[in-house]
Unconditional design. Structure first.
Length: 328
């Protein structure tokens, strides 16, 4: 049995699809479905159960002998979240509870961290897992801080010699795009935001730059196709000896202009890009550059190549965004 918290969300539902394709039979989703279309992300899956987070510990205790691994991907992932108490409860305390259960029952544990832990990137993007190394990073928003706080707690626990799960991994996801992100609204990837406008013949609208080192549309991100993030998690499932804190990005930063051009090409439309002023509330927390260092992931044994931006966007547009059924 494999449990995926946040299993009805973006990355979690894509992981479930691949696990099912592999033939894993007992798949458990821990999530809230709410009143929107989020349920469609798991509508095609054959699931053992769907459990709300409030019921997870009871469910795990009832099935302790059956659970092989927990992929803990559930969190408040909005970079504009402002309710500190709620974010601490969902992103920090709940993660602590799942970690401790895995420790107590000898269950493998993989969790979602984030590139948002690196803040403005001034201290680099090294996925160091030590207490001292993590102390250098200063996240720019509440979401990033909550993920960073859990990374630091794990590091402190490990350096103190406390018990740990038989396998543990924290994954610092960079800018992920792909199917099943539609419920995220304003937090969807730029690809998902641009495609409907470009398909309708409208120009792509990108932020102007407020930084002298970056042209309008020249802000850089490490964009990664969701299938690549899933491949990393499947590799961890297949590699019980691999533990650590790992960046999950391509290692190659690309501009938002490159991204927009890839959407135009995939949509068969002429390029037309307009630039507009960045909202005031984003200026102080905006990242102009992110790029994963993937040396530790490679050193741990992950050898697969990452999908190029152009190929990933083309697949997303052709097979999902432009399809009658956009769900995986």
């Amino acid at each position: 049995m494999i449990v995926v918290t946040g299993g009805a969300g973006f990355i979690g539902s894509c992981l479930l699809a691949s696990l099912e394709k592999r033939g894993v039979r007992d798949l458990v989703v821990c999530d809230w479905l709410g009143g929107d279309e989020k349920w469609r992300n798991i509508a095609k899956r054959d699931l053992f159960d769907i459990v709300t987070p409030e019921r997870l510990q009871e469910f795990l205790n009832d099935h302790a002998r059956d659970v092989e691994m927990i992929f803990h991907l559930g969190a408040i992932s909005s970079t504009t979240a402002t309710d500190g108490d709620l974010v601490v409860d969902r992103n920090l305390r709940f993660s602590q509870t799942v970690w401790q259960w895995c420790v107590a029952h000898g269950v493998r544990f993989v969790y979602a961290s984030s590139a948002a832990t690196y803040g403005d990137g001034a201290s680099g993007f090294d996925d160091v897992a030590s207490v001292g190394g993590l102390a250098h990073y200063q996240p720019l928003n509440l979401y990033g801080w909550s993920k960073h706080a859990f990374d630091r707690q794990i590091a402190r626990s490990l350096e103190s010699g406390r018990p740990r799960p038989p396998q543990w991994a924290g994954l610092k996801f960079f800018n992920v795009y792909g199917p099943n992100e539609y419920h995220k609204g304003g937090q969807q990837s730029v690809v998902a935001h641009l495609y409907p406008k470009i398909a309708a013949g409208e120009p792509a609208r990108l932020f102007k730059s407020g930084h002298p080192d970056y042209a309008d549309g020249g802000q850089l991100r490490d964009f990664i196709w969701v299938g690549d993030t899933v491949d990393v998690m499947l590799w961890l499932l297949d590699t019980p000896a691999a533990s650590g804190l790992f960046n999950v990005g391509t290692g190659q930063a690309r501009s938002f202009e490159d991204l927009a051009k890839a959407v135009f090409t995939a949509s068969g439309r002429e390029e037309a890009i307009e630039y507009f002023e960045m909202p005031d509330q984003l200026r102080s927390t905006y990242q102009y550059f992110t790029q994963a260092r993937v040396e530790r992931l490679r050193a741990a044994g992950y050898t697969r190549s990452f999908t190029s931006l152009e190929d990933g966007v083309a697949t997303y547009v052709r097979d999902f965004l432009a399809a009658a059924d956009p769900y995986l």
